[in-house]
Design a protein around this ligand. Structure first.
Ligand code: TYD
Length: 207
């Protein structure tokens, strides 16, 4: 019998090293015989990618930012995530709703009730089956981002204190939902992190 698709999300401050691990996890799951779809937020659809450009590039009101994040998410769920899960595909997503709580609520100070309302509208039932939170001090994250040399986007240009609040908001969510979250010390080298992720999925008999 084919196991139905699972929904795995990756979260953490910018520069925490999620991308490498997403690729490695997808390879491991495929080797195990699962169909895997890797996607990201904001983005994952043509419309979502256009919204991403606006979100990462333009100044806007905080409410607008939160609503556009959820608009992109609505499209992503309807066009990509939900059909994939229904077809038994495993969906590995770089960021999801926890990021809105961490960045817009924690980082920017959006009222949590606003985010609750948008979540209840856009995906009242769906939650990730597993969320891997890459935890890293903003100081180390900033060093890594500088080393990688890419031009920083609107979020990456934020001050250290902003990322401290984002980090705290993520950790708070992880504490409230310990079964869904697994917190990873992202200061370690990639090989050790990959092993830890494999072990977490192994415990669930997913790998
Ligand atoms: P990310 O894909 O991590 O950027 P990069 O390609 O530079 O690694 O995420 C893009 C940015 O969007 C990131 O700074 C966090 C932000 N973001 C929010 O503020 N709220 C959200 O709901 C999401 C999904 C992302």
């Amino acid at each position: 019998m084919k196991i139905s698709g699972r929904f795995i999300t990756f979260e953490g401050v910018d520069g925490a090293g999620k991308s490498t691990q997403i690729t490695l996890l997808a390879e491991a799951l495929r080797a195990r015989g699962h169909d895997v779809l890797c996607t990201r937020e904001p983005g994952g659809t043509e419309l979502g990618e256009r919204l991403r450009e606006l979100l990462l590039g333009m100044e806007m009101h905080l409410d607008t930012e939160a609503m556009l994040m959820f608009a992109a998410r609505r499209e992503h769920l309807a066009a990509v995530i939900e059909p994939a899960l229904a077809a038994g595909t495993w969906v590995v997503c770089d960021r999801f709703t926890d990021a809105t709580y961490a960045y817009q609520v924690g980082g920017r100070g959006l009222e949590a009730a606003r985010c609750d309302a948008l979540e209840a509208w856009v995906h009242p039932r769906l939650k990730p089956d597993l969320t891997l939170l890459f935890d890293l001090s903003p100081a180390l994250a900033a060093t890594r981002m500088q080393a990688n040399g890419a031009v920083p986007d609107r979020f990456e240009r934020e001050q250290r204190e902003f990322f401290e609040r984002v980090r705290a908001a993520y950790l708070d969510r992880a504490q409230r939902e310990p079964e869904r979250f697994h917190v990873i010390d992202a200061a370690r080298e990639p090989g050790a992190i990959a092993q830890e992720i494999a072990a977490v999925l192994g415990e669930r008999a997913w790998l």
